[in-house]
Design a protein around this ligand. Structure first.
Ligand SMILES: Nc1ncnc2c1ncn2[C@@H]1O[C@H](COP(=O)(O)OP(=O)(O)O)[C@@H](O)[C@H]1O
Ligand SMILES: [Mg+2]
Length: 323
C-alpha cells in the first residue's frame, strides 16, 4: 500500500510520516521515502547514516526498470512518466537495487536535497522523478507500506505523482493556511479519483477540531495534538512509540486502519499511468527526447500482481488495533 503525506511546509509531514512508518513497522514491511524539499525523515526516524540519494541515480534507475522492454530505446528516452510495459522490470517494495538504510525495522530511501532546478513543473531530471519511476514499477500488496514524505507542490500534480498512491494524508494545522492547502489539493485530486484524508496536527483544544471540521468536513480523518515526546526527541532524547501520548498513539491506529481498508485499484493505476504519460509527452517530453513517447504505452500490459508474484502478507500478531 502506497501512502503519501502531503501538506504545507512545517505542518508536520515528516513527523507524521516517521511516526506512521514506525507504527506500521510493527505490522508489516515498511519502506519510507524522503521526497520532501527539506530532507528530515532520516533524522525523525533516528537514522545515523544516509542512503545513497535516488535523485542522483535516475539514469541507473531507468536502465534497471526498463529491463528489456522493446518500447523504450534507452535510458535517455525513458522519462519519469514512462509506464511499465511487457519486458519492464517490476519491483517489490524492498527491491535491493534501491539503496536504503535500515532503521527501526524500516527501509529508508531518500531522493536527496532539492535544488532550484528540481522545482520546475516540467523538469526532466527532477529528483521526485525517481520516486515516480519507483512507484510506477512497484507491485505492492496488503501488509506492505511504502510511506512517502512529500511536498504538496505543483511538481507532483504536473507529472501525475499524486495519483500513484492508495491513500493520501494531507497534514493540516488548524489554521486558514493549513486548510487552504487542503482545498487546493482536494480540488485537483478530485478530478482524478484521488481520495484525500485530512490529518489534523498540532491541535490544541476542541476549538481547533471544530475549526478543522468546519473547513474540511468529513475529509477530517483524525488529528494529533502537540506531542511532548516528539519535542523531547527533537531535543535529543531517544524515542520509541511507547513514549508517545495515548491520544497520538490512537491517531496512528486510525491512520493504519484507513490504509488497510483501502482496496487496491490497479486498473486506475494503469489507466492514469498512461494518461499522465501522454500529457507529459505532449507537454514537454516528446520535445525533450525528440521522440513520439506515446509509443511507449503498451496496450497489452496488465498492471499489478498479474505481472509479478506477490504472496499476501498477514498482519503480525503484535499489530495493534485501534481502541
Ligand atoms: N504533533 C507534534 N508535536 C510536537 N511537535 C511537532 C508535531 N508535529 C510537528 N512538530 C514539529 O514541528 C516542526 C515541523 O514539523 P515537520 O514534521 O518537520 O513538518 P514538515 O515536514 O511538514 O515541514 C518540527 O520541529 C516538528 O518536530
Ligand atoms: Mg518535512
Amino acid at each position: 500500500m502506497r501512502v503519501a503525506f502531503v501538506g504545507k511546509g512545517g505542518s508536520g509531514k515528516t513527523t507524521l510520516s516517521s511516526l506512521f512508518a514506525r507504527y506500521a513497522a510493527q505490522c508489516g514491511t515498511v519502506v519510507a521515502i524522503d521526497a520532501d524539499i527539506n530532507q528530515h525523515l532520516g533524522l525523525a526516524l533516528g537514522a545515523t547514516g544516509t542512503p545513497r540519494p535516488l535523485g542522483g541515480m535516475i539514469g541507473e534507475i531507468k536502465d534497471y526498470l526498463r529491463g528489456d522492454n522493446p518500447r523504450i530505446r534507452d535510458a535517455a528516452s525513458m522519462v519519469k512518466t514512462t509506464p511499465p510495459g511487457r519486458g519492464s522490470r517490476l519491483i517489490r517494495p524492498d527491491d535491493p537495487f534501491f539503496p536504503s538504510e535500515r532503521v527501526e525495522g524500516i527501509s529508508l530511501m531518500v531522493t536527496g536535497p532539492f535544488g532550484e532546478d528540481d522545482l520546475g513543473v516540467a523538469c526532466y531530471h527532477s529528483k521526485v522523478g525517481a520516486v515516480e519511476l519507483y512507484l510506477n514499477h512497484l507491485v505492492d500488496g496488503q501488509g506492505e507500506y511504502v510511506v512517502v514524505d512529500m511536498t504538496a507542490g505543483a511538481d507532483s500534480f504536473a507529472s501525475g505523482l499524486f495519483t500513484r498512491f492508495d491513500v493520501t494524508f494531507l497534514v493540516a494545522e488548524p489554521t486558514r493556511q493549513g486548510v487552504s492547502v487542503y482545498r487546493q489539493y482536494r480540488d485537483h485530486a478530485a478530478d482524478f479519483g484521488v481520495a484525500v484524508s485530512v490529518v489534523g496536527n498540532k491541535v490544541q483544544d476542541p476549538r481547533d477540531v471544530d475549526f478543522l471540521r468546519e473547513h474540511v468536513g468529513d475529509d477530517l480523518l483524525t488529528w494529533f495534538g502537540h506531542s511532548p515526546a516528539v519535542r523531547a526527541m527533537e531535543q535529543g532524547q531517544a524515542f520509541t512509540l511507547d513514549a508517545l501520548e495515548a491520544d497520538n498513539h490512537d491517531a496512528l491506529a486510525v491512520l493504519l486502519k484507513r490504509v488497510d481498508a483501502q482496496p487496491k485499484d490497479w486498473e486506475r493505476f494503469g489507466a492514469q499511468a498512461a494518461e499522465f504519460h501522454l500529457r507529459n509527452a505532449r507537454a514537454w517530453a516528446d520535445r525533450a527526447t525528440g521522440e513520439d513517447l506515446s509509443t511507449q504505452i503498451d496496450p497489452e500490459f496488465v498492471y499489478g500482481p498479474a505481472s509479478i508474484k506477490v504472496s499476501p502478507r498477514r498482519h503480525m500478531e503484535a499489530c495493534p488495533s485501534p481502541a
